[in-house]
Ligand binder design. Sequence first.
Ligand code: FMN
Length: 359
Amino acid sequence: MMETELTRKLKIEYPIIQAPMAGGPTTPELVAAVSNAGALGSLGAGYLSPEQIRNAVREIRQETDRPFGVNLFVPEQPASTEADIAEMNLYLNKYRVKLGIATNPAIPKFAESFEEQVQVLLEENVSVFSFTFGIPPQNILQSMKQKGIFVIGTATTVDEAIALETAGVDAIVAQGSEAGGHRGSFLNSRADARIGTMALVPQIVDHVKIPVIASGGIMDGRGLVASLALGASAVQMGTAFLASVESGAHPVYKQKIISSNEASTEVTSYYSGKAARGILTEFMEDMRFYERPVPAYPIQNALTRDIRQAASKARNPEYMSLWAGQGLRLARDCTAKEIVKQTVDQAYRLINNVGKLRN
Ligand SMILES: Cc1cc2nc3c(=O)[nH]c(=O)nc-3n(C[C@H](O)[C@H](O)[C@H](O)COP(=O)(O)O)c2cc1C
């Protein structure tokens, strides 16, 4: 046991949350394995249909009776023009030709219905609802509260953390700029400020009363102890679990995770229309020559989907999105249970050693 305010509230043994990772990595097997190991597994359900969410939640429940979280994307109203969308769709044809798939596809559905996704979480009465990209409407937060569902929002600045606390969430993920995947920023003024985890966590801790979860670049017991020292009540680790045995990440993606280093990633908006950190690819480099506005999320995400899917079928990582954080050299390809155990054991050793500094 390693008790903090958050472990008590979430009824988990260790202050470790396996980050929700939409797009395949967070399989029901991974989520259940993490929860069974005493941490909190989370399903990244942002891209899943309501039916797929229900099935995944039920699969997780067959493998664990412990708490786990489900994560959704708060919808946005993209302001891109028809002309910008059509222009991008046309431009992307050069990658479609390269990958041997149909050019000029019809513009697909942008995103799943958030309200219907939320409905499934309420009906299935999940333990934890986490979200990113904004703040859900009050009626949704109230329905979660009425059901006793623990609600976690994502902040990348102190202002966003205060806005989330004011809206009534139960805890906040402080997402530093080292983090893999999409930036959770939603207050436009300083969206590209990209504060590092070390600087962000204590400043958020000082400005809110609810528990704070440190996230971004945390890969092992050292990151866990450092985060607790900064005032966090838990950590949320994504990249650390990406190459695990239970992760659903594509084998080529896992290989890239294991063979990359701290300098391999960049933040890009070219895949989805929203800033996200991933391993640098040919697609990211080549798209720099695109001079017109990139359609906003989730439009660009929908436009590049056929390209990413074709690349994944062809085992070609250069046109896949390889989201990953800056802690890459510390990623391991062992089981999720081993990652949790090694993290906890290392943290215990460190806490003892740090204690000895005072003589
Ligand atoms: C592949 C991948 C997918 C992600 N998808 C989500 C997601 O669906 N929802 C979310 O809130 N955060 C998502 N994140 C961000 C994580 O919650 C977390 O902030 C990040 O993984 C922390 O940094 P780290 O990867 O260095 O541990 C994703 C991260 C990665 C690497």
